[in-house]
Design a protein around this ligand. Structure first.
Ligand code: WQD
Length: 338
């Protein structure tokens, strides 16, 4: 059976780790990535780690003509794993149109391409942000999708609805939505990891850059929340565990006879506070981090973590790494960056 699968954003943080896991599973990933949120050397690292060099197209996923030409060129594609999107929550607030143009625009092109070239399988990179501020901290896939806290989050909700509506129209689509919680960590080889562009929005890359001296000091955005230590709680999941979930989701999709539209939470099922992350980072890497407690950040959810039973039962997915391993791998990766 042909095993070719398009991976948009395949040079990105989660995309590149997923390409590694797809190759290990015997798939043939074809990467579409214009490096707007990555760098070409990531492809060399994929080759270094896997021993293989996937086909790569440097194309903007909103460029309909260029995307169709790729689908035309590869008539035996199984489908698409769609990562390509802008993802900086703060930037999306100041520049919403960039996010709608890219994240929603590329989703439309992907769905049009699937219809035109009869591609069945779609695995979409979604996010726990679709739950907004949940009533309970632990969310299942049936927890209500809420008004998100940012245009970035709105684009994820809109993309999920686009897939649902295409499915509801009777299209022959097998649509899997993977709702990530907080991806952290790096490849155990320390040769692949996150490449935040500019000042990191997310906690862990800001921590590693502070430890390396790139950033002067980490600010904890508030310690007066209604949580045990006053800081926000999140479900931090190792990027390699997340990558393996994509392979299991694709395997599962290929085994389904009927069309479907299914969401899966991808989280460890355990919540960790900001201070727990900081303390664990210091402990596993035997260093002291320079941080201060500052003001709350607008839009932050107080606490959220996954009920991950569905992915475990349906996809057979289990996390292999805990936050200690993830924070060790993140630091090893950061130390290796120029
Ligand atoms: C985590 C916690 C901050 C930075 C977002 C998206 C989600 C996903 C991951 C994109 C919060 C605190 C952070 C800092 C801090 N998508 N923090 N100081 O906001 O949970 O999720 O990013 O990649 O879809 O919504 O992640 O890492 O920004 O924040 O105190 O310098 O760390 O307040 O409590 P978030 P985050």
């Amino acid at each position: 059976m042909d095993r070719q699968i398009i991976v948009t954003g395949g040079a990105g943080y989660i995309g590149s780790h997923t390409v590694i896991e797809l190759l290990k599973e015997g798939y043939e990933p074809i990467i579409i990535d214009d490096f707007r949120n990555s760098k070409p050397f990531i492809l060399d690292r994929i080759t270094e780690i896997s021993g293989e060099t996937p086909i790569h197209y440097s194309v903007d996923c909103t460029d309909e003509e260029a995307m169709m030409a790729i689908f035309e060129k590869h008539p035996n594609l199984l489908g698409i794993i769609h990562f390509a999107a802008d993802k900086a929550v703060g930037e999306s607030v100041t520049n919403p149109l960039k996010y709608y143009q890219n994240n929603v625009g590329s989703m439309a092109v992907v769905l049009k391409g699937m219809a035109k070239y009869n591609l069945e399988h779609l695995v979409f990179s979604s996010s726990c942000t679709v739950y907004g501020e949940p009533d309970q901290a632990e969310v299942t896939e049936d927890s209500p999708v809420r008004e998100a806290n940012s245009p970035y989050g709105h684009t994820k909700i809109i993309c999920e609805k686009m897939i649902r509506d295409v499915f509801a129209s009777g299209a022959a689509i097998k649509g899997t939505l993977l709702r990530y919680f907080n991806p952290i960590g790096a490849h155990p080889s320390a040769r692949l990891g996150e490449l935040p562009q500019g000042i990191p929005n997310n906690l862990v890359p800001y921590i590693t850059q502070t430890a390396k001296g790139i950033r002067e000091q980490l600010t904890v955005f508030g310690d007066d929340y209604d949580t045990p230590d006053g800081t926000n709680i999140r479900d931090y999941i190792h990027v390699v565990d997340l990558a393996r979930a994509h392979v299991l989701a694709l395997n599962w999709s290929l085994n389904q006879s009927q069309t479907f539209y299914e969401a899966f939470n991808l989280g460890t099922g355990k919540g960790s506070s900001v201070l727990e992350i900081i303390n664990t980072f210091e402990k596993v890497n035997q260093l002291k981090l320079n941080y201060q407690i500052g003001e709350r950040r607008a839009g932050d959810v107080v606490q959220i973590y996954a009920n991950g039973n569905k992915a475990k039962e349906v996809l057979g997915w289990e996390c292999e790494y805990d936050i200690s391993a993830a924070l060790k791998h993140s630091w090893e990766w950061e130390k290796g960056l120029e």
